[in-house]
Ligand binder design. Structure first.
Ligand code: 13P
Length: 367
């Protein structure tokens, strides 16, 4: 392991006002999202969609790194250019999801353990040789009656730490993702309590497994009330709860925290990230950024619908959502940016001379 290179990559991933784009949906998840829109669930359709994403002009203005799936990292553009090369040429660091999914945890009804440690060292070596410089592993923690159990938290935290140590050994920056799920009726306070316990446990195991904190990125959930909780706190309250929870549990040596969106709307995810940076940025030891999938991609996928004629409009929507999150890093996001573009209102849309700009200025906003 070259600690200096790892630290440099981690710093680059969270530098300035950029963030990560998660485009690492597994085939079953990608197919489910395609099916809802009537898009064929084929390898070619998944390839075409990912080509649309990686060839979006100007994507590198907001995106520092893109997380790919095993199928995607091996794919190419129609003209034969590997996606990895397209990303590197756009100034975007390629990353790879390396867990193989969450399975039922024995003896713990309703809880899951993420698998993928077997042969991971060999797989990481292959991904490194292909050009990946960071990796992701997602653990999921469900909230409910009597859960999460200590057994579930410990098992997932230990797996995350073993994955992170293997990544660093192989020269890849681990993006450590313990996700406390939004599903359920639980309160914001309950989410805060569980998130803190999970993060403390994760960092205990990262220390035990000798992971270099300066060479990793944490990808947590925001602290949120459950989706069906009757009380839904305002944006500023969510920002305060999230930052206070992280300050208690995340060591200052970690260079950056890149949130997952977890099923929040794109607008809410941006507004909440914006509030955190606006209210706390000057007082935080780590960068606060994004590593969103749905909160960046959803409008683009809805527009694309598998149709070649919609590619440009979909790319414009993707560029726009990525730009909104870039603005949120600076504390400059404004809900008006996600509404129809009105002259005089600041937007994350491309300028008129940008390859995507003509479309924007010729017609209605794509979102
Ligand atoms: P969402 O932003 O859609 O939650 O996806 C992030 C991710 O990478 C999930 O593992």
């Amino acid at each position: 392991m070259n600690a200096q290179e790892l630290t440099g990559t981690a710093k680059t991933l969270v530098a300035g006002d950029k963030g990560l784009l998660a485009m690492d949906e597994s085939n079953p998840t990608c197919n489910k999202r395609f099916a809802r829109l009537g898009i064929p669930q084929t390898e070619e359709a998944r390839r075409a969609y990912r080509e649309l994403i990686v060839t979006t002009p100007g994507l590198g203005e907001s995106i520092s790194g893109a997380i790919l799936y095993d199928e995607t990292i091996r794919q190419q553009k129609n003209d034969g250019t590997p996606f990895i090369k397209v990303l590197i040429d756009a100034g975007i660091i390629p990353g790879i999801k390396v867990d193989i999914g969450a399975k039922d945890l024995a003896g713990h009804p309703g809880e899951r353990i993420t698998e993928g440690l077997d042969r991971l060292r060999v797989r990481l070596k292959e991904y490194f040789l292909m050009g990946a410089r960071f990796a992701k592993w997602r653990a999921v923690i469900a909230l409910g009656d009597g859960i999460p159990s200590r057994g579930c938290i410990e098992a997932n935290a230990q797996a995350l730490a073993r994955y992170a140590a293997l990544c660093q050994e192989g020269g890849l920056v681990p993006v450590v993702e313990p996700e406390v799920l939004m599903d359920g009726e639980h309160s914001l306070e309950r989410c805060c309590e569980v998130t803190e316990e999970v993060l403390r446990t994760v960092f205990h195991h990262l220390y035990t497994q000798r992971v270099t904190l300066e060479g990793m990125i944490l990808k947590p959930n925001m602290v949120l009330p459950g989706l069906t909780c009757p009380k839904q706190e305002a944006v500023d309250e969510v920002a305060d709860a999230t930052v206070n929870c992280l300050l208690r549990a995340v060591p200052a040596a970690v260079p950056g925290i890149a949130f997952l969106s977890g099923g929040q709307s794109g607008e809410l995810a941006s507004a909440r990230l914006n509030a955190m940076n606006l209210r706390f940025k000057s007082r935080l030891p780590w960068a606060l950024t994004f590593s969103f999938a749905r909160a960046i991609q959803q409008p683009a996928l809805d527009i694309w619908q598998g149709k070649e004629a919609h590619v440009l409009a979909a790319q414009q929507a993707l560029y726009h959502r990525a730009g909104c999150n870039r603005a949120a890093r600076r504390g400059e996001y404004n809900a008006a940016m996600d509404m129809n573009v009105t002259p005089g209102i600041p937007t994350a849309c491309p300028p008129a001379d940008h390859p995507l700009g003509q479309l924007q200025h010729a017609g209605p906003a794509a979102t």
